[in-house]
Design a protein around this ligand. Structure first.
Ligand code: MG
Length: 337
């Protein structure tokens, strides 16, 4: 059987020697510096550090596979480990499932796996197990990934949306909307090209820097549904209302212009490298200063507070008015994560 050597074929998923070669060539080389053993069915993990073990999983279908500021490989690491990080954990291990479409260029796959491996290494996470499947041409968007992450957090940690109280302050670690707009522009379907980069990144340094503050109540990464959706989650779970100040929310000018042009609201667009934190009022300034001193938090801002009355998300506008931010209905931008 002759295979075109530069593209994925169905035979790369048949369990035979083409699959073995692909795994050895593309995956084992990039990921073998940790506990991963491609020869075994189940990989033993070293004893975990003391603490509460937490697990999180996520799937990734972003189009295009590479976009300004990131790609599906690094996103598959950051997306899952950021969920562990905002829960107060240190991510330690990942599993990786790859669904590869027949016809995908092997060089592109190699680049994406390399990016994934680099992202994992940078935050000290090891890929411990993996699987590849090949989908027939037309059945997949080039590459889908799914990662499951394992992390450990201190047993004494008290973090959760149920700890949010009226009077608490709301912080965001940087500008919102970058990821959604950067990915959308990378599709070129609007003929717009900007100098916009996704914010996709690990938030681990941000979460670790404030996790020990006793006044920290809750953290979440504003991914799908964006900042407005996190605000709704807080309001709904705690029967409070969330007041946001329009002038305090960091949004890049370029994001604002594209949103105005195309009718998007940046508050509903996914970020992939930001954290929203709710902090007791007496420690909010300290938390903000800690973030602003970090490379990933220079543009962090205090953007609102929690109020006892009502259960709405209310925006105080720059002109001094108020508007209700409704809960998201449609997906404004499908397949951006
Ligand atoms: Mg999350």
């Amino acid at each position: 059987m002759a295979l075109e050597e530069t593209r994925i074929a169905l035979a790369h998923g048949n369990g035979g020697h083409y699959m073995r070669e692909l795994i050895e060539d593309v995956f084992a080389g990039a990921l073998s510096d940790g506990v991963l053993d491609t020869q075994t069915d189940a990989c033993p993990l070293p004893p975990l550090p003391d603490g509460e073990v937490v697990v999180s999983t996520d799937g990734f279908t972003v189009q295009p596979l590479e976009f300004p500021g990131g790609d599906i490989g690094s996103l598959a690491v950051h997306g899952t480990t950021n969920d562990l990080a905002v829960s107060g954990a240190t991510p330690l291990y990942l599993t990786l499932n790859c669904f590869i479409e027949e016809g995908l260029e092997i060089d592109l796959l190699r680049r994406l796996v390399g990016s994934l491996a680099r992202a994992a290494r940078e935050i000290g996470v090891q890929v411990a197990a993996g699987d590849t499947k090949v989908l027939r041409h037309g059945e997949g968007g080039g590459l889908y990934l799914a990662t499951t992450g394992i992390g450990v957090r201190p047993r004494s940690l008290q973090l959760g949306v149920n700890r949010v109280r009226a009077g608490d302050r709301i912080l965001v670690s940087g500008p919102v909307g970058d990821h959604g707009i950067a990915v959308m522009l990378a599709r070129e379907q609007f003929g717009l090209r900007g100098q916009l980069f996704s914010d996709a990144a690990s938030v681990l340094s941000l979460t670790q820097a404030i996790v020990a503050l006793p006044g920290l109540r809750f953290m979440r990464d504003p991914t799908r549904g964006g900042l407005a959706t996190v605000a709704h989650e807080i309001a709904r779970a705690t029967r409070t209302s969330v007041r946001l100040s329009e002038s305090a929310i960091p949004i890049r000018d370029a994001v604002r212009s594209v949103c105005e042009m195309l009718g998007y609201d940046p508050l509903y667009l996914a970020c992939e490298g930001r954290v929203v934190a709710v902090v007791a009022p007496e420690q909010a300034d300290e938390a903000l200063a800690v973030w602003q001193a970090l490379p990933g938090g220079r543009e962090a801002a205090m953007i609102g507070h929690v109020e006892a009355e009502g259960r709405a998300v209310v925006m105080e506008t720059e002109l001094g008015g108020r508007r209700i931010l409704e809960e998201l209905q449609d997906d404004p931008l499908p397949r951006i994560c």
